[in-house]
Design a protein around this ligand. Sequence first.
Ligand code: F6R
Length: 245
Amino acid sequence: MQNNISLHVVANYNELSEKAAELFANAVKLNPTGVYGFATGGTPEGMYEKLTKMSAAKELDMTQITAFNLDEYVPISPSSPQSYAYFMAKNLFDATGVPSQNRNIPKGDAPCPHEESAAYEKKIAACGGIRLQILGIGTNGHIGFNEPSDTFQGQTSYVELAEETILANSRYFDNQDDVPRHAISMGMQTIMMAETLLLLASGETKAEAIRGALVGPITPKVPASVLQLHRNVIVIADKAAAKFL
Ligand code: F6R
């Protein structure tokens, strides 16, 4: 494995969440007004729960951070319980007091998703870029909603979800047909510009994607494989997700 990747293999999901929360909290303590990137989904939920507890215990102050999320479904209203805006408010931002004006998530109901994507990209740049970006990984090796393809997606854009992603995410919807087919996602170039990347993976279903991401050939067929070219990637994986490393 490349030496720009620092891999921590932990016993289980709880240890993963603890280690990720500790690392993130330390970064915020060092830079309480910094710009941080967030992911949604099942993987960071435990980490967000621990951050919420730290904040309640006054061990962490997130009230001055600026947040940028990786992605949002299109079309979706931010008030829909399935939206990532709702997910972040419920799982982290409300309880930790991240001010609403500092919460940036692509608008899933913007009149033009292409314009919204371009404006989002500009806003990240205007805020000076992302200091620490939290990432999960799809079973197909996607990062954000950058799905396997013939080319790497550059900047934030309006993208189509892969069938595998629709299936995986249908657990949050009443039925599979309700899962939006599109999203706005930061591109791989946007993600690669973050100072530090924190990639989290838990469970055997992620083992093949993690192998492809960290030690496989760099190819847009496994979008996460481009992380091998980033200068500072921290990976926290539980034993099950790291089993092919
Ligand atoms: C979500 C995101 C996705 C997820 C990935 C894994 O904001 O960017 O790339 O990180 O689909 O999802 P979970 O954690 O639910 O397995």
